[in-house]
Design a protein around this ligand. Structure first.
Ligand code: NAP
Length: 496
């Protein structure tokens, strides 16, 4: 019987929402021997990094909050980045997580030791921590994409990506260009349009945009939520099921699909006056195929005199601006890249080596990112991935997804924690079967209807989404199928 010392039962990588959800659940289960490694100097993940003007969540906060850490004091139905980040800090304080978090701890290497079944986690400062289980919660939306446009480095003005917003640059009375019209751009554009001299919006593909309907939550409502938490629970549940119902539009329900499409077209017609502009803003692909956006103030920007929608392909960038396919030079002082993230070619920016020293990155280069139930990977025992392959969604709260994943993590933990000379690994056949089933379920969804989205990897395989609604995901996560696992004996320890 092996008796190997380790520092922590769980090593959680990342102190964003994924890490906090994991930590709260572990504590709820009576597990306190864990640590959160955070590479930045503060918690918050994407809500710490994205500070662009207008940054907010397009999922109602009553849902976009941790189930076991309800907040009765949301000021609005949809919260701003700063309010969400404050909430995360409050959660850390309330759940006594400060002492568990190691800031400025950039993990670069995670390796499984086959003799001891201990994961060795090493940071950039060459410190190594021994943990029994690793939970990767470093998030899928942090590898910003700045397209490699010819001449970009010759540009004499300022340019930056939406997730590294440079607040030192004053946009007042500047000629600004923004590339991209996705979820970040549609929040940035209305927030800067009043101050800039001109705003050139470079659109490659128009987004489907639905009304957002933000509302202020009065003090009275907040007091009700505080005094009667069950009322907040009921409202949360009502929102959850409403969004699930709306999500039917994406998975083959024609009636809901038509309703969504009608709402999108009506919203555009109502908000954009100019017929030519409206036509340019009209998506030519199925609603939902790319992420549906929610805004009440994006479309009206195109009625303004200082906003120019440019749909010509960008060919190059010069020292003073952008050259498009129409051979025009659009001069700008500042260029904002709201060009998204590389989410589908999941790469953890750290070396992860499992059984037989196999590299997860190398495996996924061959197969595309794949996991069992989005959470475990065969050959990488006791390693869990928050928001792993095929776990995302486009219609509800991603926090619900991560909370669901913790069901599978805890079940695996409970079934494997007594093992001494072996580990519980996913069976290769179960892994294969699960992924074939997942991919086959996309055929009747909007996501496989022909558009190109960041949900897909470069081979067109949908990696970022679960092909059904989030309640179905939770059902899968809650079910522990022991036959899908195999017990792997540990290597004999070299006695020298
Ligand atoms: P995104 O939705 O992927 O949008 C990127 C935009 O840049 C698209 O319009 C894309 O056009 C365009 N683009 C990319 N490369 C280009 C190029 N070379 N030339 C011209 N245009 C180019 O990225 P994002 O807006 O940063 O949002 C990413 C995700 O973050 C969202 O989908 C969402 O999950 C999350 N997010 C959420 C919220 C929220 O409120 N919850 C807010 C912001 C972001 P194509 O469509 O043609 O590729």
């Amino acid at each position: 019987m092996k008796n190997i010392a380790f520092d922590y039962e769980f090593g959680i990588i990342g102190a964003g929402f994924g890490g906090l959800i994991a930590a709260i659940r572990l504590q709820k289960e009576g597990i306190f021997n864990f640590v959160l490694f955070e590479r930045a100097n503060a918690i918050g993940g994407t809500w710490r990094d994205n500070i662009y003007p207008g940054c907010a969540c397009d999922v109602p906060s009553i849902l976009y909050s941790i189930k076991d850490a309800p907040n009765p004091h949301w000021n609005n139905l949809f919260s701003s980045q700063s309010e969400i980040l404050s909430y995360m800090h409050e959660v850390v304080a309330k759940h006594n997580l400060q002492e568990k978090i190691r800031l400025n701890c950039d993990i670069v290497d995670i390796a499984f030791d086959e003799e001891s079944a201990i994961w060795h986690i090493t940071n950039r400062a060459h410190e190594t921590f021994k943990v029994k289980r690793v939970l990767l919660a470093n998030g899928p939306l942090n590898r910003a994409v700045v397209p490699d446009i010819r001449g970009l480095h010759d540009f004499k003005g300022n340019y930056f990506h939406s997730n590294s917003w440079d607040s030192s640059i004053d946009l007042n009375e500047k000629k600004v260009g923004i590339i991209g019209t996705g979820a970040s751009a549609i929040q940035i554009i209305p927030s800067i349009v009043n101050k800039v001299k001109s705003l050139h919006v470079f659109q490659r593909t128009p987004a489907w945009v639905l009304p957002r309907g933000d509302k202020r939550l009065s003090t009275f409502v907040q007091q009700i939520f505080e005094r009667f938490p069950f009322v907040q629970k009921i409202v949360r549940s009502a929102f959850y099921w409403l969004l699930e119902f709306m999500g039917l539009a994406f998975i083959g329900n024609n009636l809901m699909y038509k309703l969504n499409e009608k709402m999108g077209l009506h919203h555009l017609r109502k908000q954009v006056k100019n017929v030519v502009t409206r036509e340019k803003l009209t998506p030519k692909y199925k609603i939902g195929c790319k992420r549906v956006l929610r805004s009440d103030d994006y479309y009206p920007c195109f009625n303004r005199d200082n906003v120019y929608l440019n749909t010509n392909e960008i060919v190059s960038i010069t020292d003073s601006g952008v050259i498009t396919q129409a051979n025009e030079l659009i001069e700008v002082d500042v260029l904002i890249f709201a060009t998204g993230f590389n989410a589908a070619d999941i790469d953890f920016y750290m070396a992860i080596k499992g059984l037989h020293g196999e590299s997860l990155t190398e495996r996924w280069k061959q197969t595309g990112a794949e996991a069992y139930k989005s959470t475990l990977v065969q050959g990488f025992p006791n390693l869990y991935i928050m928001l792993g392959p095929n776990s995302g969604l486009g219609h509800n709260s991603v926090l619900h997804i991560m909370e669901s994943q913790m069901e599978q993590v805890m079940a695996h933990y409970k079934h494997s924690s007594a093992l001494q000379d072996s580990v519980m690994d996913v069976h290769p056949e179960a892994m294969k079967k699960y992924n074939i089933a997942i991919q086959s379920k996309f055929s009747d969804t909007v996501w496989a209807s022909g558009c190109k989205s960041w949900y897909m990897n470069k081979n067109g395989k949908i990696i970022a989404l679960f092909p059904r609604l989030s309640y179905a995901f939770r059902k899968v996560m809650k079910k522990f199928e022991a036959n899908d696992y195999t017990i792997v004996k540990l290597k004999e320890r070299n006695s020298l």
